[in-house]
Design a protein around this ligand. Structure first.
Ligand code: 13P
Length: 229
């Protein structure tokens, strides 16, 4: 299983350092085959010691240059960051990141050999329109994305389940992941209100190879509990 923590716009540089120091200790008894990843805010990127991978939540597809407010490859290379989240719904929805931009980022970071967690997910009105609508919406988010990339991980995060405390049902996750499995052979993560109370149920679903956790990952005890369950 893959356990990935997306801090979003939470934690500071010092609280991230304290968190990761603690995480390194608490996950020592984890199963050897399980992988842990943490995506802190860009201001907290650094080299950290522990059996986990630190990745970037976002970066602009440039080595460096004139892109005010963004970070590029140079700022990730400083800390040997080789893993990135691309296509998160908050970037698509709140920041207006188009499929074209998402695909451009994907190609750039693929060319540079990054491990990419590529996020997809539908809004509530699409889910309410039924399974076929969901599939069409999600598959459209694969436009311009090389699904055969060997360092790809896909994260399915229904927008209506993110930060709402209301995870998708086991049936909805199972059927959506089965549909995704028909397109990709890479690991599939589920995200959206994953927490200690539902982790066992979610990781037991067919075609779920891991989880991408927001709110319940912010507390190191809560995230560790999910990994060790
Ligand atoms: P929550 O776990 O807070 O629902 O967030 C999920 C998410 O968006 C992770 O990327």
């Amino acid at each position: 299983m893959i356990f990935a923590a997306n801090f979003k716009t939470n934690h500071t540089r010092s609280s991230t350092a304290a968190y990761l120091k603690q995480l390194a200790k608490t996950i020592a008894p984890k199963r050897a085959e399980d992988r842990v990843m943490v995506f802190p805010p860009a201001t907290a990127l650094d080299r950290y010691e522990g059996d986990f991978t630190v990745g970037a939540q976002n970066a602009y597809p440039v080595q460096n240059g004139a892109v005010t407010g963004e970070i590029g490859l140079e700022q990730l290379e400083e800390f040997d960051i080789r893993t990135i989240l691309i296509g998160h719904s908050e970037r698509r929805e709140l920041l207006g990141e188009s499929q074209e931009m998402v695909a451009k980022k994907f190609s750039f970071f693929k060319e540079h050999g990054f491990e990419i967690i590529y996020c997809i997910g539908e809004p509530l009105e699409v889910r309410e329109a039924g399974e076929e609508a969901v599939k069409a919406y999600l598959f459209a988010q694969f436009e311009g994305i090389d699904l055969s990339y060997e360092k790809l991980i896909v994260a399915y995060e229904p927008i209506w389940a993110i930060g709402t405390g209301r995870s998708a049902t086991t049936e909805a996750i199972a059927s959506t992941h089965a549909a995704l499995r028909s397109k990709v052979t890479v690991p599939l993560l589920y995200g959206g209100s994953v927490k200690p109370a539902n982790i066992t149920e979610i990781t037991a679903i067919d075609n779920v190879d891991g989880v991408l956790v927001g709110s319940a990952s912010l507390d190191v005890e809560s995230f560790s509990e999910m990994i060790l369950k």
